[in-house]
Ligand binder design. Structure first.
Ligand SMILES: NC(=O)C1=CN([C@@H]2O[C@H](COP(=O)(O)OP(=O)(O)OC[C@H]3O[C@@H](n4cnc5c(N)ncnc54)[C@H](OP(=O)(O)O)[C@@H]3O)[C@@H](O)[C@H]2O)C=CC1
Ligand SMILES: O=C(O)[C@H](O)CS(=O)(=O)O
Length: 485
């Protein structure tokens, strides 16, 4: 363990300002995906601990809701500064538990801080309305109030930045939180507890529990004190949470699965398209919900694109994330590797051609070669299923309408990308694609200023942008009479 990392490594849960173990004393092992060795443990908490965390958040909410927007803004600015002051230590911890390169981890920590800063600013702009009254003797006001206790459940692929988009708006709005990080990457989430302590976050405002997803989830969904669930993860679990939280009519924000298309037209800047393709496909070793899942390349540019993409993929340096220069860390676990192998076997059996990579890396464990498959067809698994790994399937197309139809042929609608030099085509395609986010001649588009989220079965709600705080506020209409006007 690197010395400066241990300061933030908490092998306990944060409930009502105290770092505690599970009632049962049971723990979960946390594994370093680069070595397969145990990094440490975290409590295997369940329903009882979660209930106490919710009650602590509810108690804290009674006073936190009365803080001013300026106070909360200043608290978030201090949190931003604490994150950036400890960027290296937090990045090391993230790399050790998730596997991504230190460069990517530092980028994720900076992104986390950027979202917190964005919501420090948004806290002071959660405006209401004074509406021109239809009555001479009454006044019409519209105010916005914090919803109360929120529950945040986050995935293993971006264990810090996913939390920033939930804790940021929650604090900005005056809510309090119960957080459940992914069991494979709990330390980055628990580190937020240490950061909150450092900046003087009142106890009980942020509570963090680790352990049995089902038991924790059931308590979150059933407990009437929880007014909102914000979840990032698979569509399968998202649907379960929506269903289970219906019994208490909670607000839900869902950032779910994707199946991103990446279209390259004959009139695209080829080198720019290849650069964007590498970024949009192999970031976090392909383990992001906005990673390209299907490349559709027009016939005239197809062969040159495949050759250049394969060559660029071959150059990516694979290794442990803590090593200098590494661009592709291990996948989260061997199960993820087996899933990528299934996609490759299916494609090859149906006529696909591996033009780069295609097998486990010589480093062994869950390291995998960045892979490109040409000759992809719509009958192959990755046409409909999210790969979540470093595999780039390339489909060829002839006409623009055909490419847009293929891109839209999925129940998902999170992110999509296309490259063209033609302005008219850019507007036709942007308006034709049924997705929440569109990259035009860009492969990396996430930023706090823009609303992140999807349509169809990729989710509900938006994170970031001026929209990001809306789901943490209730709207109240006030009609005031008897004023003797
Ligand atoms: N739209 C977006 O922004 C993003 C979407 N994703 C999607 O998430 C998936 C990969 O992440 P992954 O972590 O495997 O997703 P999962 O949905 O398996 O897990 C996400 C989180 O949900 C928890 N969870 C699982 N089951 C339950 C339950 N019954 N009740 C409450 N919580 C539960 C997990 O806990 P535990 O770890 O203990 O199992 C984890 O913390 C991919 O499909 C990817 O597309 C990922 C990132 C971003
Ligand atoms: O979890 C993810 O996949 C992230 O949302 C991707 S991004 O926000 O870093 O682009």
């Amino acid at each position: 363990m690197l010395q400066k990392t241990s300061h933030f490594m908490r092998e306990a849960n944060l409930i009502d300002g105290a770092w505690v173990q599970a009632d049962s004393g049971k723990t979960i092992d946390v594994i370093n995906p680069a070595t397969g060795l145990r990094l440490g443990t975290v409590p295997r908490a369940g329903g009882a601990e979660t209930r106490r965390a919710i009650e602590a958040a509810h108690t804290a909410f009674q006073s936190f809701r009365k803080t001013s927007a300026l106070e909360r803004s200043k608290l978030l600015r201090k949190l931003h500064d604490a994150i950036m002051d400890n960027q290296d230590a937090l990045a090391e911890l993230l790399t050790l538990e998730q596997g991504k390169s230190l460069t990517e981890s530092k980028g994720e920590i900076a992104s986390s801080a950027a979202y917190v800063l964005w919501f420090a600013e948004e806290a002071r702009r959660a405006y209401g309305d004074v509406v021109p009254s239809p009555w001479a003797d009454r006044r019409v006001l519209v105010t916005r109030e914090p919803v109360g206790v929120i529950a945040a459940i986050t995935p293993w692929n971006f264990p810090s930045s996913m939390l920033s988009r939930k804790i940021g708006p929650a604090i900005a709005a005056g809510c309090t939180a119960v957080v459940k990080p992914a069991s494979q990457t709990p330390y980055s989430g628990l580190a937020w507890g240490a950061l909150c302590e450092e900046v003087g976050m009142p106890k009980g405002v942020v509570n963090i529990v680790t352990g049995s997803a089902g038991e924790i989830g059931d308590e979150i969904c059933a407990n009437p004190l929880v007014k909102k669930i914000t979840f990032t993860g698979s569509t399968e679990v998202g649907k379960l949470l929506i269903e289970k939280s219906a019994s208490t009519v909670k607000k839900v924000s869902m950032e779910l699965g994707g199946n991103a298309p990446f279209l390259v037209f004959d009139d695209a800047d080829l080198d720019r398209a290849v650069e964007g393709a590498i970024a949009a496909k192999y970031r976090n070793s392909g383990q992001t919900c906005v990673c390209t899942n299907r490349f559709f390349v027009q016939a005239g540019i197809h062969d040159a694109f495949v050759d250049k993409l394969a060559a660029a993929a071959k150059k990516l340096k694979v290794g442990p994330g803590v090593e200098d220069g590494v661009q592709q860390g291990p996948l989260i676990d061997v199960k993820a590797v087996e899933k990528v192998e299934e996609f490759i076997a299916d494609a090859v059996a149906k006529g696909g051609k591996v033009v780069s990579g295609g097998k486990r890396h010589e480093l062994g464990g869950s390291f995998f070669e960045p892979t490109v498959i040409a000759g992809a067809t719509t009958g192959m698994k990755f046409m409909t299923e999210e790969i979540f790994g470093p595999l780039a399937p390339v489909f060829k197309f002839d006409k623009e309408e055909e490419a847009v139809a293929l891109a839209n042929d999925t129940e998902f609608g999170l992110a999509c990308y296309f490259y063209t030099g033609d302005l008219g085509r850019a507007f036709r395609v942007m308006e034709g694609l049924k997705y929440g986010m569109v990259g035009v001649n860009e492969g990396i588009i996430t930023t706090p200023e823009a609303p992140f989220g999807g349509v169809k079965e990729s989710g509900l709600g938006r994170e970031g942008g001026h929209q990001g705080i809306d789901d943490y506020l209730d709207t109240k209409y006030v009609c005031i009479g008897g004023l003797g006007l």
